[in-house]
Design a protein around this ligand. Sequence first.
Ligand code: GTP
Ligand code: MG
Length: 196
Amino acid sequence: MDVHNVEMVMSAVSAAQYPTDGKPEIALVGRSNVGKSSLTNTLIQRKNFARTSSQPGKTQTLNFYNVEDQLYFVDVPGYGYAKVSKKQREAFGHMIEEYITSRKQLRGVISLVDARHDPSADDIAMYEWLHYYNIPILVVATKSDKISKSKFNKFEANIKRTLGFDAAESSFQFFSSETKYGKDQVWAWIEAHMAM
Ligand code: GTP
Ligand code: MG
């Protein structure tokens, strides 16, 4: 999709604040600092529209981005951020769970992992949980500019094995917000799922 118009419409902490116009939604999940906001910016062709930060845990609400009046990207707070209080983490967890399990407009989830590392326990739990709820998942291995292409196969196999990846139900894509690698493939997945 060639994006010209994007607008952040809502920073929501509970279901009452979600948009009500029924457009399809694609959510982005992943550890703090994995690159969710950067992926959003790459997809919508903006430099710093979704705030990126070297300070993990910056995004603390569900942020709905209206893209071309056709869909919403929903930037979900990064999980596994140790410095917020336990109470805050529980509140985030509840907010994410409520959204993922009850949102009719949700067409799929892009689950970001760091291409360079084994998926964390939180990454595995998130994948298993989304899979359990039958939500279409695109695993995006981001920051792939940091590894050489000759190692892609090896890293992909490792990530899939660690996650318990179900190839019949989920998709996988390397990505880089630095080089834009994988951008067209991620868009193709989004567009295929918007219509579902
Ligand atoms: P939270 O909002 O805290 O959950 O973080 P986030 O997942 O939105 O991460 P964000 O997009 O803010 O990126 C975190 C850091 O990683 C920033 O310093 C980005 O510049 C960097 N980064 C993100 N994507 C890439 C990538 O593809 N390649 C490289 N080299 N760096 C990246
Ligand atoms: Mg962010």
